[in-house]
Design a protein around this ligand. Structure first.
Ligand code: ZN
Length: 285
C-alpha cells in the first residue's frame, strides 16, 4: 500500500471543498488561483465542477497541466433519473455535453450522480433500471472521447431526490449489466463509511472499475446532510480501513478531498483549508 505519511502526489483537490460549486459560498477564487495554490502545495491533481469551467475547458485543462498537475475529474453529469430528468432526450444531451467538457479538460473521469426516484415509480428498483439504460447509452459516447464514467453511490439519506443509487453493491450491479470498459464507480467516504459490506463489494468491483476515491469525514452530530461534511479526522469514518479496502483492489489513483461545509471550511481562507488537507492526508489517510 502506498505510504502517504510524507508523499501527497496522490492528493487531489475537489474544488467543492473551497465552496466553489454553490452560489454565495467560498472565497470566490478563480480556477487559476486554485491551480496555483494547489501547485504551490504539490497537490497531484484537481477535480472541477462544470459551473467553474463553462466554455473554458481546453484553457483550464492546459493551465492545470502547465502548472505540473493533472485534471483528475469533472463533477458531474446532470441527474439521469428523478423529477429533473423526465425528458430523456434533454437529459442525455446535457450529459453528452458534460462528457464533451470532460474531454476538453483532459479529465480522466466524469462523475455520475444518478438522481432520485423517477416520477411514477416507488422504491429504487425501477429507477435503477432506467439509470442502467441511460448510462449504457452515455458510455458509448464517452468511450469515443476517451472519458471514463464513474457511478457514485450516495448515502441512502439522499435516495429520494439525489441518488436512488446508494450502495457500492448496486453500482457494481449496474456496471456488470452495462458491461462497458469505461464504466466504473467512485467510492466516497461520506457515502460508504457505514457499509459493513464495503470490503466485499469493492473486491467484487475489482481494480479496473474503481475510478475514484473521495475523502472527507462523517461528523457524528452532523447538522446538514448536504453541507456539513467533516475534514478527515473530525468524524467517525474509519479512514484507514476504508482506504485499505480500496487499496486492496489494486487502486492507485487519486485521493480526492471533497468537503461540502457551508458553516466551517467554506468560511475559512482557502489557503488554510488546503494546508489542513495536506496535514491530515499525511497523518490520517
Ligand atoms: Zn464524492
Amino acid at each position: 500500500m502506498r505510504d502517504f505519511s510524507t508523499d501527497h502526489l496522490a492528493l487531489a483537490l475537489n474544488t467543492a471543498s473551497l465552496g466553489h460549486n454553490l452560489d454565495g459560498h467560498g472565497a470566490g477564487w478563480s480556477p487559476e488561483r486554485v491551480i496555483d495554490a494547489c501547485a504551490a502545495r504539490r497537490f497531484g491533481s484537481i477535480v472541477f465542477w462544470r459551473r467553474e469551467v463553462g466554455a473554458r475547458a481546453n484553457e483550464i485543462g492546459e493551465r492545470v497541466r502547465s502548472a505540473g498537475l493533472s485534471v483528475a475529474g469533472l463533477c458531474r453529469t446532470p441527474f439521469l433519473v428523478g423529477s429533473e430528468a423526465i425528458d430523456r432526450t434533454a437529459v442525455l444531451d446535457e450529459a453528452r455535453a458534460s462528457i464533451d467538457m470532460a474531454a476538453g479538460l483532459g479529465a480522466t473521469v466524469l462523475t455520475i450522480v444518478v438522481g432520485g426516484v423517477h416520477p411514477g415509480t416507488k422504491g429504487t428498483a425501477e429507477s435503477l433500471k432506467i439509470v442502467a439504460e441511460r448510462v449504457a447509452d452515455l458510455a458509448l459516447y464517452a468511450a469515443d472521447r476517451n472519458v471514463k464514467l464513474a457511478l457514485e453511490p450516495l448515502n441512502p439519506v439522499y435516495a429520494g431526490n439525489r441518488s436512488c443509487l446508494t450502495t457500492v453493491r448496486d453500482a457494481v450491479d449496474i456496471c456488470e449489466a452495462v458491461d462497458a470498459p469505461n464504466l466504473g464507480i467512485a467510492v466516497d467516504v461520506y457515502h460508504v463509511w457505514w457499509d459493513c459490506d464495503l470490503d466485499t463489494q469493492l473486491q467484487r468491483a475489482g481494480k479496473d472499475r474503481i475510478l475514484g476515491y473521495h475523502l472527507c469525514d462523517w461528523l457524528a452530530d452532523t447538522r446538514d446532510v448536504l453541507l456539513d461534511r467533516g475534514m478527515m479526522g473530525d468524524g467517525v469514518a474509519d479512514l484507514k480501513t476504508i482506504r485499505a479496502s480500496v487499496a486492496g483492489t489494486g487502486y492507485t489513483g487519486p485521493c480526492e478531498v471533497e468537503i461540502f461545509s457551508a458553516n466551517n471550511w467554506w468560511k475559512r481562507d482557502p489557503g488554510e483549508v488546503l494546508d489542513v488537507m495536506v496535514e491530515r492526508f499525511h497523518a490520517l489517510c
